[in-house]
Design a protein around this ligand. Structure first.
Ligand code: VTB
Length: 324
C-alpha cells in the first residue's frame, strides 16, 4: 500500500473493515430464508455503502455490484470513503444471494482493500479456478492438468490416499464432466449451490472445513475476492478468465487485459498489501451466521492482513441495536 497506509493506517483499517462487513451481514441476515435474493442483496449493499463511507480512505470500487447503469450503488468506479489514502476496493455485500434467500450455509458479506492499481480489474465473466490452501509445495496444482492429476498431486503432497481428499465444486450442469472425473479418482466432492469465495477460502483450513481443493468455473469478480483472501492466508490459486467470444475478448481488452488466455496466480490477482474481511450471514463451515438475541446481535468475522499474515476471528456482541 502507499507509504502512509503502511505507516500504520492499515492496522487501524483492519478493524474498521470488520464493521463494514458486520453491518452488511446483519442487514442481509434479517432477510435470510425469505426467498427474496434481490431484497437481501439490496439491504446488504445499502448497509455496506453507508459504513464504507465512514472509512478514512479515498476508495475506488474496482469489483462491485456491476456497471454504473445497472447498479445504483457500489458500482464499479464508484468512489467511497471520507478521504484518506488511495485504495482499490473489491466487495460483495452478499456473496451467495440465493443461499441467503434459502437460508442455506456459507452466505457471506465480503470486502478486500488494496493499494491503488493492485487488484485485477476483472470483467464480469466466468473464471476457471483451482485452489488449495497453504502448506503445499509451489506448483502442486496446475490449471491445465486433468482433475485426476491435480487430485493425485494434492493427495501425494498431503500424504494421504486420494480417497481422503475432498474437492469443492459449484453444483452446475457445466461441471458435469468435472464432477464425473473427480468421482472417478475416488475423491469426495462437496457440491455447493453458490458461494465460491467461501469455497476457495475453505481450502485454507481443511481440518475445520473438510475441503482440500477447489475446482471449477465461477464468477471472475469472486475469483479476485478469493485471491485477496489467499494473499493473506497463504495458499495457491490459479485463475483463467473465460473469454470465449470476441465481444468478451474486446471488453477485457478495454480493461487492460491483453492476453485473453493468461493464467493468473494469486499475486497477479491481488498484489501489494491487502486487507480482507468476511462476516458470516448464514451459518457456515468456517463462520457462524448472524444471531439475533433478545438484547443483542452476534456476528462472526474473519479479518486478514497480507503484510503480517494475521488471521483474526472476531466474534462481536452488538448491544447498540439502534445502529443496526
Ligand atoms: C459463483 C458463486 C456466486 O455466481 O461465482 C457463481 O460464487 C457463478 O455464476 O455466489 P453461476 O451462478 O452462473 O454459475 C454466484 O452463484 C452468484 O454470484
Amino acid at each position: 500500500m502507499a507509504k502512509s497506509v503502511v505507516a500504520g493506517l492499515d492496522r487501524i483499517l483492519t478493524m474498521e473493515l470488520v464493521r463494514v462487513t458486520e453491518r452488511a451481514a446483519v442487514a442481509a441476515a434479517r432477510l435470510r430464508g425469505r426467498g427474496d435474493e434481490k431484497a437481501a442483496d439490496q439491504v446488504a449493499v445499502d448497509a455496506m455503502r453507508q459504513e464504507l463511507n465512514r472509512l478514512a480512505i479515498n476508495g475506488t470500487v474496482v469489483i462491485g455490484e456491476g456497471e454504473r447503469d445497472e447498479a445504483p450503488m457500489l458500482y464499479i468506479g464508484e468512489e467511497v470513503g471520507s478521504g484518506g489514502p488511495d485504495v482499490d476496493i473489491a466487495l460483495d455485500p452478499l456473496e451467495g444471494t440465493t443461499i441467503c434467500a434459502k437460508n442455506l450455509p456459507n452466505a457471506l458479506a465480503v470486502i478486500a482493500i488494496a493499494e491503488k492499481g493492485s487488484l485485477l480489474f476483472a470483467p464480469d465473466v466466468y473464471m476457471d479456478k483451482i485452489a488449495v490452501g497453504p502448506g503445499y509445495p509451489e506448483g502442486v496444482i496446475d490449471i491445465d492438468a486433468s482433475p485426476a492429476d491435480n487430485i493425485a498431486s494434492v493427495a501425494k503432497a498431503k500424504g494421504v490416499p486420494v480417497e481422503e481428499i475432498t474437492a469443492c465444486i459449484l453444483d452446475r450442469p457445466r461441471h458435469s464432466k468435472l464432477i464425473e472425473a473427480v468421482r472417478e479418482t475416488g475423491a469426495a466432492i462437496r457440491l455447493i449451490g453458490d458461494g465460491d469465495v467461501a469455497g476457495v477460502i475453505h481450502t485454507t483450513d481443511p481440518e475445520e472445513t473438510g475441503i482440500d481443493i477447489y475446482l471449477g468455473t465461477g464468477g471472475a469478480p469472486e475469483g479476485v475476492l478469493a485471491a485477496a483472501a489467499l494473499r493473506c492466508t497463504g495458499g495457491q490459486m490459479l485463475g483463467r478468465l473465460m473469454l470465449d467470444t470476441p465481444e468478451k475478448v474486446a471488453r477485457a481488452a478495454t480493461m487492460g487485459i491483453t492476453d485473453p488466455k493468461k493464467v493468473y496466480r494469486v499475486e497477479e490477482m491481488a498484489r501489494g498489501d491487502v486487507l480482507f474481511a468476511a462476516t458470516g450471514v448464514t451459518d457456515g463451515n468456517m463462520l457462524a451466521g448472524v444471531k439475533f438475541g433478545r438484547d443483542s446481535i452476534t456476528t462472526h468475522t474473519i479479518v486478514l492482513r497480507s503484510s503480517s499474515k494475521t488471521v483474526r476471528e472476531i466474534k462481536a456482541r452488538h448491544q447498540d441495536l439502534e445502529k443496526f
